[in-house]
Design a binder for this molecule. Structure first.
Ligand code: PAF
Length: 286
């Protein structure tokens, strides 16, 4: 696996691969990789000849009081996991390699979509995500890019950006990977104390409850949200940020589950903010 630290090194490797007629997949990450990331790399390896993984904690997607400084980092461990899963190149730039000191260009979706769900408490987050992902697309020039459905709003926003900006890149969404007890895998799970780790199970319990209700024919979003809220509130260490049923493309709230919907939650466990969701596609609950 090539370790690249500059845009030039990435471009050189990709140019060579494309000359050989090989397809290139990109898995954007912020590092501190877990099995969720590994599943994205596996999917990319199964669909592309060469796989680039970016490992970069992107400063522009963190708000002033968020966890940019404390976000967990372990590049050597990340490299070991990536080698094991068959990545061809890891791109690990310094912030200055990605952002000039006078950088003044951002990519931002100006609809209501990035203001919903996580956008309510993280107003600049998706502007930072779109900007860095757009830069990565321009640096790597991939045929396909792979994103987890755990960040469902991010996935919908990236799909919209790709359409709006005419990127010739196929966006592949990959399922949520869970711990054995149900907790969705996240780099932020490492922040949880032992008591918080068990309290965090209220998220997946609420998700499974909501899923079951939809499976059993419930279509009233208010009833689903109320039941999920009760489940989360039964946990004293939990504080709800949102419990929402939205349209799967626009992220706008819906009153009735009709298919192509997203049921998403964000919950603080102590100081740690965790998210989880499920998708309803027609009759199919994922
Ligand atoms: O999902 C993430 O880890 C980040 O938001 C991403 C897509 C790598 C952009 O920094």
């Amino acid at each position: 696996m090539i370790r690249a630290y500059t845009k030039a090194e990435v471009r050189e490797a990709v140019r060579q691969w494309k000359k050989e007629g090989l397809t290139v997949g990109l898995v954007p990450t912020m590092g501190y990789l877990h099995e969720g990331h590994a599943s994205l790399v596996d999917k990319a390896v199964s669909m592309c000849d060469r796989v680039v993984v970016s490992d970069f904690v992107n400063p522009t997607q963190f708000g002033p009081n968020e966890d940019l400084e404390s976000y967990p980092r372990d590049f050597e461990r990340d490299c070991a996991l990536l080698e094991e899963h068959g990545a061809s190149l890891v791109f690990h730039p310094e912030p200055a390699e990605m952002y000039d000191p006078d950088a003044a260009t951002f990519v931002e979706i100006l609809s209501e979509m990035p203001k919903q769900l996580c956008g309510k408490t993280r107003p600049i987050h998706f502007r930072g995500v779109c900007t860095v992902v757009s830069k990565l697309f321009n640096i790597v020039n991939p045929d396909k890019a792979f994103f987890g459905q755990k960040d469902a709003q991010q996935l919908a926003i990236i799909r919209k950006m790709v359409r709006d900006m005419c990127y010739d890149i196929e966006i592949v969404g990959c399922p949520i990977i869970r711990e054995d007890d149900g907790l969705a895998k996240s780099s932020r799970n490492t922040y949880l104390s032992e008591a918080e780790r068990s309290a965090a199970l209220c998220l997946s319990r609420a998700i499974f409850l909501g899923k079951d209700m939809v499976k059993n024919g419930e279509t009233d979003a208010a009833a689903i949200k109320a039941a999920m809220t009760r489940e989360i509130e039964s946990e004293p260490l939990a504080r709800i940020d949102y419990v929402e049923c939205v349209d799967g493309s626009t992220m706008m709230p819906v009153d009735t589950i009709t298919g192509h919907n997203l049921v998403a939650i964000a919950v603080y466990i102590g100081k740690t903010r965790l998210i989880d969701n499920f998708i309803v596609e027609g009759d199919l609950v994922q």
